[in-house]
Design a protein around this ligand. Structure first.
Ligand SMILES: Cc1cc2nc3c(=O)[nH]c(=O)nc-3n(C[C@H](O)[C@H](O)[C@H](O)COP(=O)(O)OP(=O)(O)OC[C@H]3O[C@@H](n4cnc5c(N)ncnc54)[C@H](O)[C@@H]3O)c2cc1C
Length: 239
């Protein structure tokens, strides 16, 4: 397999999404139409270590393919990490970042002939925003899409207004945020209770799981116990 080349991108926007999450908008230099599939990621080479392999950090593309050279990343600060403190504290609009990509196989099948369950926590919502907006904007036929999104409190909800509005506009799309540390008008608890309840009467479905290991491991095990097939469970592990 040919090595994917490193290229440069210019930071054209940085916005706070939640108290510890930022949206980074990038313009891919020297490219008119940055082509990727919803669900794919890019890898940044950040100047944070002398060893190349210790400098690489991957981020799902949170925007959807739209025939431009601009993309958005949704990144949560890990105060104990190396990469995200650099991105949050050192990177400004106009700066150049080194990236390679798009990469990854966490993508939609050619035909959406089964109901989709998109299950995530935190910034794991990034590839699902891309997928759902892509399906909506291209009028792609589907059998129902459930986006089950877990975070701690209302202040941690990402793309909340956008996804709520999309639920009203898009037939068959359900956005189900659930909070683990705050009572509110929506669901409370972890994502597992939500999909377990929804899947009780489901005989066939396709699952996409995205986020950190503790959530993914538990969800995969529960879905297999519920009788779903391994080949219908797709995973993007952030770490
Ligand atoms: C394919 C892929 C796509 C990714 N997409 C995104 C994305 O869209 N947005 C995003 O914010 N991150 C994403 N990540 C994670 C990202 O690559 C980094 O691991 C993350 O930003 C932490 O980098 P760091 O250098 O600050 O911390 P490091 O110094 O690399 O982190 C130290 C340790 O903390 C763990 N860790 C870091 N953050 C968390 C967290 N929030 N919860 C639990 N454990 C954590 C790491 O697994 C690692 O073991 C993705 C990872 C992969 C592999």
């Amino acid at each position: 397999m040919a090595l994917i080349p490193w290229r440069s991108a210019t930071v054209i926007g940085i916005e706070n999404e939640t108290p510890d999450t930022k949206r980074f908008r990038l313009r891919m230099d020297g490219i008119d139409d940055f082509q990727f599939l919803p669900g794919q990621f890019i890898t940044l080479d950040l100047p944070i270590h002398e060893k190349a392999t210790k400098r690489w950090r991957s981020y799902s593309i949170a925007s959807w393919p739209n025939h431009t050279n601009e993309i958005e990343l949704l990144i949560v600060l890990n105060p104990d990490g190396l990469g995200t403190p650099y991105l949050f504290n050192e990177v400004n609009i106009g700066d150049s970042l080194t990236y390679r990509g798009p990469q990854g196989v966490f993508v939609l099948p050619n035909s959406l002939d089964k109901p989709l369950f998109l299950i995530c926590t935190g910034t794991g919502v990034a590839p699902f925003r891309s997928m759902v907006q892509y399906i909506h904007n291209n009028n792609i036929p589907h059998q129902g899409i459930n986006l089950i999104y877990g975070c701690r409190k209302q202040q941690n909800l990402m793309y909340f207004e956008e996804l709520k509005n999309l639920e009203k506009e898009m037939e068959g799309f359900r956005y189900i945020p659930t909070l683990s540390r705050e009572v509110w008008e929506g669901k409370t608890g972890y994502v597992h209770d939500v999909y377990e309840a929804l899947c009780q009467e489901q005989t066939t479905a396709m699952f996409f799981l995205c986020g950190w290991k503790f959530m993914i491991d538990e969800a995969k095990e529960k879905l297999l116990q519920l009788g779903f097939q391994k080949q219908d469970i797709h995973i993007e592990l952030y770490g």
